[in-house]
Design a protein around this ligand. Structure first.
Ligand SMILES: [Zn+2]
Length: 236
């Protein structure tokens, strides 16, 4: 539950079986459980992007328990695992009580029995590039950087997640970069070809330049900013 899944739900599917791409994702997750298809049946009170809350509400009304794992989404250039929760009834059957953007009747779900702390917002998505394109490597790196920045959010007194304005605006910029790289790939572009911004340079020499170092630096600086502004907030 981080940068939600894909930007454009129209090009995303639920894998109906264990494709080679899903195998790559299972390796990355070091999953102990096989993927299964779980039926989707949202409750009237279910909210989008709130699977943990939805299951908690279901448990409080109907018993059963929360069951953690990963939802799997696939596009033509990437597979992505989103940390997720479904409802487990007294017989051990699983049901997804949350609506999804694809309006899929079932999701691919991988159980995970790792213990969870209460910082659920901070569990980042896991993505695998299945395209071989450097543009998608960059898209994934930038997505992970956005996840890391969201992961720096802290709960304020009002029990709301808070990030400094400057970090939020950095996230906006990173989102533009990652969508630029993805759209360039989608329109048949290459890292060695013209950049999406219309400069005369190649992507590699323009918006794709030094992205890895830039990302590391951004996260480091954002940590400082959060710590500093938090101190100011507490003194105020
Ligand atoms: Zn550019």
């Amino acid at each position: 539950m981080s940068t939600s899944y894909f930007n454009n739900p129209g090009m995303v599917t639920v894998p109906g079986e264990i494709t080679p791409e899903v195998e790559m994702l299972l390796d990355r997750l070091q999953a102990d459980f096989d993927p299964e298809l779980v039926a989707v049946k949202p409750e009237a009170y279910s909210q989008p992007d709130a699977c943990y809350d939805n299951v908690a509400e279901k448990v409080s009304r109907d018993g059963g328990k929360i069951h953690y794992g990963w939802a799997v989404w696939q596009s033509r250039h990437m597979v992505e695992a989103e940390h997720y929760a479904v409802w487990e009834n007294e017989n051990g059957d699983l049901l997804d009580v949350s609506p999804n953007k694809l309006e899929a009747a079932s999701i691919m779900f991988i159980s995970d029995d790792q213990p969870i702390n209460n910082e659920l917002m901070a569990i980042p998505n896991v993505r695998v590039n299945t395209s071989g394109s450097k543009l998608i490597d960059d898209f994934i790196l930038l997505s992970e950087t956005v996840d890391k920045l969201y992961g720096l959010s802290v709960y304020t007194d009002e029990e709301k997640l808070w990030l400094p304005e400057s970090v939020l605006s950095t996230i906006d910029t990173l989102n533009q970069y990652r969508l630029g790289a993805e759209q360039l790939y989608m329109s048949g572009g290459k890292a060695e070809g013209p950049c999406y911004c219309g400069s005369k340079k190649t992507y590699k020499a323009c918006h794709g330049r030094g992205i890895k170092l830039l990302s590391e630096d951004i996260v480091k600086r954002a940590k400082e900013v959060v710590r500093h502004e938090l101190m100011n907030k507490q003194q105020a």
